[in-house]
Ligand binder design. Structure first.
Ligand SMILES: *Cc1c(COP(=O)(O)O)cnc(C)c1O
Length: 367
């Protein structure tokens, strides 16, 4: 390769994202026929039938560019959420929106506050822009909003609050967020990443949109990748002040959300009853896993999402590898920092997958 070309200095601080291992790769590498993936917090079942049908129907439109403004989907979201379309941005996954917000707001040396461990994309996009990550350790597996507030300076642009938090599944409560927002200076945009919003059971969970309704400057991210089972389509959205949405529209690709994703997402919104059922199903599976883990005397962090942070009390890499040989893909906690090197993160699957996970875990832990 040419030695003359150079890359932005910011890239020296970045490494490519390492996704959960794909099923096909594990099958090939370990010569296994039957592999289950509980590593990326995808929903355990396929998309709604109506979304599948809408996708099939849209295939014949693929010679055309998508609607760059996502008008139909925005219209629907606007009705359901009761916000004007001017406050809604649609992204090629909420990951894209996170990156575009950083691209719109973070100058080199600007600061972005985030919890650690939390969603790995927040530090990635901050560093991409040459910004400085102010990472605040979780306290008891939860965001420490007081400590995060303590990190605010004149150079702070954004604070990311992942609620529920990935990888711990924990939430920050309404009274905590109320107090936090009361003190947060106006030049800082709080971004609530609510990718797992639909799974939350705790009544003290603050819906980020309520703050927006109260006229506060907040951005709220939601996605179709989790409970709507459309992770492979890549589509998410953001509700934010008009100025933030305008900035996103300046920075994003003209046709950032593909035709299939737009139709599938719009149709899926018609199935709120099904979403409720999925939530119940997830809760039932969660309780099953809690109960089985308790029987095996394995501790875990209670979760408000569709994944559980489990303390296997052994080297997480080893356990990850041994589970892999059983055909069960999870996430090893060591990637979240040395304090978590005995944890694994497991996505709640369908009942059969959950049983298999428990059986395999008991086997590899010799319980
Ligand atoms: C899964 C996840 C998302 C969703 O990202 P998409 O790009 O919409 O698939 C966003 N935030 C967090 C914290 C997640 O875990």
């Amino acid at each position: 390769m040419s030695e003359d070309i150079t890359f932005r200095a910011a890239l020296n601080n970045l490494v490519p994202y390492e996704p959960g291992k794909p099923i096909s790769e594990v099958k090939d590498e370990l010569k296994l026929d039957d592999v289950i993936k509980l590593a990326s917090n995808e929903y355990a079942y396929p998309p709604f039938d109506a979304a599948r049908e809408a996708i099939i129907e849209s295939i014949s439109e693929l010679n055309r560019y998508p609607d760059g403004s996502c008008a139909i989907l925005k219209e629907k979201l606007s009705k359901i959420l009761q916000f004007p379309k001017e406050n809604i941005a649609i992204g090629n996954g909420s990951n894209e929106i996170i990156r575009i917000i950083a691209m719109s707001m973070v100058e080199p040396e600007d600061e972005v506050i985030m919890a650690t461990p939390s969603f790995i994309i927040y530090p990635t996009v901050t560093k991409l822009m040459g910004g400085i990550c102010k990472e605040v350790s979780l306290k008891n597996f939860r965001h420490d909003l007081t400590a995060m507030l303590g990190k605010v300076t004149d150079r702070t642009r954004i604070v990311f609050i992942c609620n529920p938090n990935n990888p711990t599944g924990t939430i920050v409560y309404r009274d905590e967020v109320d107090a936090f927002l009361q003190e947060l200076p106006g030049h800082v945009l709080p971004v609530f990443d609510e990718a797992y919003f639909e799974f939350v059971e705790d009544k003290n969970f603050p819906d980020g949109l309520d703050y927006f309704r109260q006229g506060r400057q907040v951005a709220v991210l939601r996605t179709f990748s989790k409970i709507y089972s459309l992770a492979g389509c890549r589509i998410g959205y953001c509700v934010a002040p008009k100025e933030v949405v305008e900035a996103i529209n300046k920075v994003r690709d003209p046709f950032n959300v593909n035709v299939l994703a737009q139709t599938a997402a719009a149709v899926s919104l018609d199935y709120q009853d099904e979403v409720e059922k999925r939530k119940t199903l997830n809760s039932e599976s969660k309780r099953y896993l809690y109960q089985e883990l308790e029987k095996l005397s394995i501790s875990y962090v209670p979760s408000e999402s569709n994944f559980i942070f489990v303390n296997v009390k052994e080297n997480s890499r080893d356990i990850f590898g041994r589970l892999l040989r059983e055909g069960v893909i999870v996430r090893s906690g060591d990637i979240f920092g040395p304090e978590y090197s005995t944890y694994i993160r497991v996505t709640i699957g369908n009942p059969e997958e959950n049983e298999r996970f428990i059986r395999s875990l008991a086997k590899v832990l010799k319980k």
